[in-house]
Write a protein that binds this ligand. Structure first.
Ligand SMILES: C[S@@+](CC[C@H](N)C(=O)[O-])C[C@H]1O[C@@H](n2cnc3c(N)ncnc32)[C@H](O)[C@@H]1O
Length: 206
């Protein structure tokens, strides 16, 4: 495991037991907003297999299984988060410990890849995006929801606040930054919206 992954793992292993209960900004509040937005956006879409990268305690997959029968896969760096997700025994879902930077799945495995409030923990965002693209089937959707700002605020977050929070090697990116990254990694951006405050969701098609 790389150093930045070990830092994130330590941070989220420590949060796992109370993650679903603590409804604060630094815990799961933004995650729930993002997960509900993603679930709403894909409610009417046809798909058979979906991977949620940085799935945490499985909140999004739990929502989605109530919406549609499909094969659901959750992956997270934190084995404690994965343990909480597995304990929920969500029908049709399987959870795996792993990193967004090297996904343990063959090429062209999924119709949809989602990522909720996890992408800012990836210090090599291009690598994580290329991995999502690799495991998507041609025409598949990558739906990324996160919290982020640009300009001076981003500099303060990236260089001061995230360091104080000791939550891993984080990088905040605003919606326009994600659109650019998706375009640069070969996705076609099909939807981009600000959901609430600094929280946004961007969708790219492979
Ligand atoms: C803020 S939580 C969000 C969890 C969930 N997706 C949600 O929206 O509530 C961020 C999650 O990303 C995971 N994570 C951080 N870095 C990761 C990486 N490189 N690969 C996979 N998961 C990672 C953390 O372990 C944590 O569970």
């Amino acid at each position: 495991m790389k150093d930045y992954e070990a830092l994130s793992k330590k941070h989220f292993d420590g949060q796992a037991a109370e993650y679903d209960q603590r409804d604060t900004y630094y815990y799961s509040q933004n995650g729930k907003i993002s997960c509900r937005d993603i679930a709403e956006q894909i409610r009417a879409l046809p798909y058979e297999s979906l991977l949620d990268v940085g799935c945490g305690t499985g909140f999004l997959i739990d929502l989605l299984t109530r919406q549609k029968a499909a094969r659901y896969f959750g992956l997270d760096l934190s084995d404690e988060m994965i343990h909480v997700a597995q304990e929920k025994a969500i029908p049709g879902a399987s959870f795996t410990v792993g990193s967004a930077d090297h996904l343990p799945y063959p090429d062209e495995s999924f119709d949809i890849v989602t990522c909720s409030q996890s992408f800012h923990h990836y210090p090599y965002p291009e690598q994580a995006m290329l991995e999502a693209k690799r495991v998507l089937k041609p025409g598949g959707l990558y739906i990324l929801s996160d919290t982020g700002i640009g300009g001076l605020g981003a500099w303060i977050d990236n260089h001061i606040l995230f360091k104080l929070a000791r939550s891993g090697d984080c990088r905040t990116t605003n919606r326009q930054g994600i659109e650019k990254l998706m375009t640069n990694t070969g996705f076609t951006v099909t939807d981009s919206r600000q959901i609430k405050g600094m929280i946004y969701t961007v969708t790219g098609r492979k």
